[in-house]
Each structure stands twice: as C-alpha cells, then as structure tokens.
Design a protein. Sequence first.
Length: 631
Amino acid sequence: MEFCLLGPLAVRRGDAVVTVPAGKQRAVLAALLLNANRVVALEDLAETLWGTAPPPSARLTVQNYVVRLRKALGDEDRSRITTQPRGYVISVAAGELDLTRFEVLLGAARQAARDGSWDTAGAQARAALALWRGEPLADVESELLAVREVPRLADLRLQALEIRIEADLHLGRHAELTGELRRLACADPLREHLHALLMLALYRDGRQAEALAAYQAARRVLIEELGAEPSRELRTLHEQILAADPALDLSGPQRPTDGAGRVVPQDLPAAVRHFTGRAGELAALTRLLDEPAQGVLVISAIGGTAGVGKTALAVHWAHQVAGRFPDGQLYVNLRGYDVARPVAAADALAGFLRALGVPGPDIPPGQDQRAARYRSLLAGKRMLTVLDNASAAEQVRPLLPGTPGCAVVVTSRDTLAGLVAHDGAVRLDLDLLPMGEAVALLSELIGEPARADPHATAELARRCARLPLALRVAAELTAARPGVPLTDLVADLADEQKRLDLLDVAGDPRAAVRAVFSWSTRQLTGEAARMFRLLGIHPGPDITVPAAASLAGIGQADARRLLGELARAHLIAEHVPGRYAFHDLLRAYAAEQARHTDSDAARREATGRVLDHYLHTAARAARLLNPAKEP
C-alpha cells in the first residue's frame, strides 16, 4: 500500500486507488500519517478536527472516524491502525509513505552537497522533487494542519529545490537556471538564498550588471517589506561580484579565515534599521561582559512577549560587541515559536560545526558527539554565539561552550527558568517600549509627518501598545498611504476589532501581529489557552487570582497555576503582586480568539461568573465598612 501526502491526499493499493471519504476522515488519516509509527493522542486528533474547542462528543466521533478509516483501508484485523492507551498509531512500512521517501532523499542530497558530490546531490534532489504532485494536503480540511504542517512541507520542498539548483550551478549549468531563479525569487521574495543563487547564476553567465541589479532589487524588497538590510551572505556576495572575486568560480565562495588559515565565522544577521532606545538594556548586557567570567557567560532569556524586540536587541548588541570576539560570531534561529518546526539541537550543532570549518563527512552523527566536537573547537577562543527564539532549556544546553572566554545570548518567549537555575544564566526581561522611545521610533520610521504632528504620533504609539513590531507595521501602513493624515490611521486603529487586521503585513506571517501572537498561544496547554481567551473578555484592566478563578469556573489553585503558565509565556504580566494584565493588542487578540473558539453562551456564562464575583466582593466590602447597614 502507498500513502501520499505531497499533494492531494491519496492512498493506492497496487494500481488501484483506495477511496478515503472526504471531510474529517481525511484529516484524521493525514494527522496519523504525519506521525507515522508514533502514537497520536486522541486529544490531538480532536484538536486537528475542531481546534481548541472540540464538541462534547469529540472522543466518540474520532473513534467512529477511525472505524470507517479501517474499513476503507481494508484493515479488518486492526494491524494497520492500532489502538493505544492514549490514542492511535498507523503502521507504515519503509517506502509506503511518500513523505518519508522524500525526507530520506533530501537527507542524502544534503549529505552529498556537504561532501561536494554535486552529481549525486542533484540526482537525489531531483528524485525527491519528483514525488511532489502539487500543494501538500491540498484536499485535507484542517486549519491546524494548514498552519502547522503545510508551511513546513513547502519549506522542505524549497530546500530540495535549492540543493538541486546549487548542484546545477556547481556543474556549470548557470545559463539554464536564470529564468527559473527569477520566477522563484519573485514568488518568494523574502527568501534571501534564492536571490543569492540568482546573482551567482547571472555572474557566472557573464552578466555582472544584471547580477548587481538583482542585488539592488532584492535589497529594495527587504527594506520595503521588513525594514532590514540584506543578510551578510547577500552583502558579501554583492561585494565579491563588484570586485570580480575569483572565489566565485564553480567551487563557490569560501568562508573568511584568520592569518593562520583558521575559519572565522561571521554569521550574525543584519541589524535592524532604525534601532531606537533600549539604552539601559544594551548597557546591562555590556556590563555583564565586563564582569569576571566564572565559566561560560550565558546572557539569557532576553524574554518578553511576542513582537517586543528580543531578536532586534540581541542582534544589535551582538554587532556592537563583535570586535571583542576576534574568533567569530555564530548565529542560529532555533524556531522555537515559528510556523516551521523547531530546530533540533543536533541540527544546530551540525550547522555550527560547518561554520567552524568541519567538512560534512567529519561531522559526528550523534548529538553528544557533535556537542563534544563543538566544545573542543571553541576551547580557548573568544566566540560570541546568538541562540535566537529558543523554546526550552533542553534546546539550548547542548549549544553552550564548555570553557570561559565565550559568550552566549539566548532569546525566548519563555523565562527559561531551568537555564537560570541550573546553568547560571542571567535573566533580562524586555517590556514594551517606554512612550518616549516608542514615539522616537515612529518619528525615525515615518519621518516628517510624525514630527509635524507629535500628538497624533503619541496616540499612534498608544494604539500600537508601544509594541515594536506593531509600531513598525504601523509605520509601513503610513508609508503605503502617502498624503493621508496620520490622524486617519490613528482613527482607524481605534476600533479594536479592526486593529489586528490593519497591523498585518500581507504575505509575511513573521511580520503580522496576529500571526506572531498565535505562535505563542500554540505552545499553551488547553486549559491555559482557554484562560487566555477568557481574559480577553474580562471587563476590567487587570485581574486577581480569585477573579480569574470565577471567570474560568475553576478553583483558585488551578487559576494561579494557569496564570503562572501565561506569565511564563509572556502573554500576561503580574504588574503588581497578585494582579495580572496584558497590553491592548494581546487583549484584542485574546478577545478575538474567544469569539472564534468559545460559544456565545460560554462567553456569557464566564462574564456572569466574574460579575457575580465582583458583586459579592463589593457586598462584603460594604458590610465591612458599614456593618449595621442592611445588605
């Protein structure tokens, strides 16, 4: 039997097509196949079908879908889909699932590319791409799979495509690639590596002027869409093309080395343009470098809510102090809160080892061996490592050097308390920008219109909750509407329901406020996600543990635990002891999620419970103040 996910969901038995009924049964089968040979909890299957608010009959309905799937697959003996204590497992043998075959071929292509075996790399990548039949999971109705899995699968396909193109470039087929690369770069304009491949193909085809024009076009898109200069990879390639660098022959560009021929990685991404404020945080980070090092210095958890500017601060500071680390700078986005799957520590270590000059065949296979090799290479060096967007301490620990002299900065939306307690990390939490810095950032981004109307600029900063991501999106909205007064945008943002729609960059989930918030909430337990939604409909500016317990209809101990989970995820803050609040954009997002997920009746009941709480609290207070008065 053959199962196919790389396109419309398909099942074949020999030459015959096995009919899988449309609708939610296909979503159940897709969820099982995406976790082939692993247990998929029944609760996870319910979330795949109905999101975070499954119906009361969800368990029984999922069981019925599995029964029908077994019938469709001819699984009378239940050997294909087996029932486990927590859920179900679909057994898939080697070669039966197209996604598994694709991943094996892609892994072989990557290894061949690392080894410089470009004929093999190209052949393996072509074989992997031949398995694709269209949009992955095209006919599977599941919002969760569409958000969580489809972008990951599309990214894997693009990786295979890039390896195939790189192989063709190394084999001298540059003239055949320019048209294809132009189409790909146009379709995915923020993927900088595609622009780099296009520039290299044009240059090797003797079209230096067009290669330089391709760089300027890429730079213009990145500045307009992200407000950021191109990455170091693109800038270095541009400089090499300008200088007609011999390194751009078919062996490809080389990494920089020091006078002794040792590789000196310089992997920091470009700093954010118009970085404003955070002087206190930058000074605090630098002071930590000046303290006597007791083992490796870990400047950790530049924590904070989504969009507060953790990465911007870390990268800006890293560029400021790069001169203090003559042996180089390493960077990795661990994707702990992203549309794609998190980067495993073993994969991050492999990338670091390659950056440090270790040939592909010499990279050890296991995580522990890679970590040991990494620590040995860093011993006695002055190296700065930026671990961006970490989700857990376990993702970070294998990437820590083992000797003094190196510094590591970690960004995360989690407090990473274990890293602080166990590994001696230093906490630095980021809050929203102070009003003065928020206004200064808008003035820098918008220019004269902001400076000409300081009152409207300050009100715009308030509407954006002083959140750096939202401020930058608002500035882009202003630039996109030349001639429209700033007060008009402020008025548009007054409507909380429209605010999240306006603060959205079309086509780029990493710059859409709503999408960035969603990556944080997806990490929550079901109970905490429900508490977050209910806090969005709470009528007051902040809330206590007893009020939150009444709002959710749970005990105070459970409410305290859930509020703690939300605080660790930086979705709420305990702004004074015992009182929790979040900023206006998160409140608007939580209320929107409540409207989409919870029924009208459930929201009315929650509001009624918390108003009852306040009524009885007020009555008790009145009796304390005036015991003789009739209640």
